[in-house]
Design a protein around this ligand. Structure first.
Ligand code: ACO
Length: 129
């Protein structure tokens, strides 16, 4: 799994219990996954279709740094299924794992559209073309 992004937990990210607000973390994950899918599928029209069970296993507090990791589970015809793990870099604990997040490529009409991709591509390789 590649960990692409780190986030610094700030006061505005906390819940009333003074730990990282779950909704904030899910928003970070959704954006990170969407960016990953947009880059992989080379289309700006990607929507989140489905997330498997979300299990908060640990938390983070103000000042902690969390990192978001993503891996590809499978390329479908119109979809890309990813998995995600978020770790607390201070405590080394896993905060959350999501086994499958399915993103769907849509056309201008908002309906699923085949993306034509079958494997991970690295941006550096595209630049060499
Ligand atoms: C980044 C964001 O925040 S986006 C905002 C939040 N998301 C949204 O607003 C999306 C709202 N949903 C929709 O517009 C529609 O449901 C769509 C366009 C995503 C999909 O339309 P559907 O008619 O359900 O699609 P359809 O049944 O043809 O399936 C499309 C793909 O999704 C997959 N899929 C559909 N339902 C599920 C599901 N419950 N779980 C996993 N994958 C699914 C299908 O297997 C298919 O993949 P494939 O083509 O690779 O085989």
């Amino acid at each position: 799994m590649r960990f692409h992004t780190r986030k610094w937990v700030k006061p505005e990210d906390l819940n009333p219990n003074s730990t990282l607000f779950g909704g904030r973390l899910l928003a970070w994950i959704d954006e990170e996954i969407a960016l990953y899918a947009i880059i992989q599928l080379e289309s700006p029209r990607i929507v989140t279709k489905h997330m498997s069970e979300i299990n908060f296993r640990a938390s983070a507090k103000q000042g902690d740094i969390v990192e978001i990791g993503i891996d590809v589970v499978k390329f479908g015809t119109t979809s890309l299924t990813l998995m995600c793990e978020v770790r607390n870099m201070m405590t080394k604990e896993t905060i959350i794992t999501i086994d499958t997040i399915t993103m769907v490529s849509v056309g201008l009409n908002g309906k699923p559209q085949a993306h034509g991709k079958t494997k991970i591509e690295y941006v550096e390789d595209r630049l060499k073309k």
